[in-house]
Design a protein. Sequence first.
Length: 108
Amino acid sequence: MVNDNCWGIPVTKMACTLDEDPVKGYPKTCARDDIPRIERYPGGQTTPTPKATDFKPGQLLGSVSGEFGLRKFLESQSHSLVVTSDKDGPKSVFEKELVDADIVAELT
């Protein structure tokens, strides 16, 4: 359900279920410490060129605290983001938020 904010701009609610943050902390190193730079896809199409990123390359974005790296961007556009690892059962946080979510993302 897309609502309008006080400026008449559509507001979207995104609900995500992600893994809990690692109990013993994040690994010191990863299998890949850097992200390869890809400028073109096979066939020649150029890759997206974001104006900015608000995360450090290599940061784990697929856990609750990483929030897919989307919170700052979505909230700057007046949208809302709900992130939880509580996704099992009819009384879970995710089930409660799902009712009026416009976009749903789940990392399993």
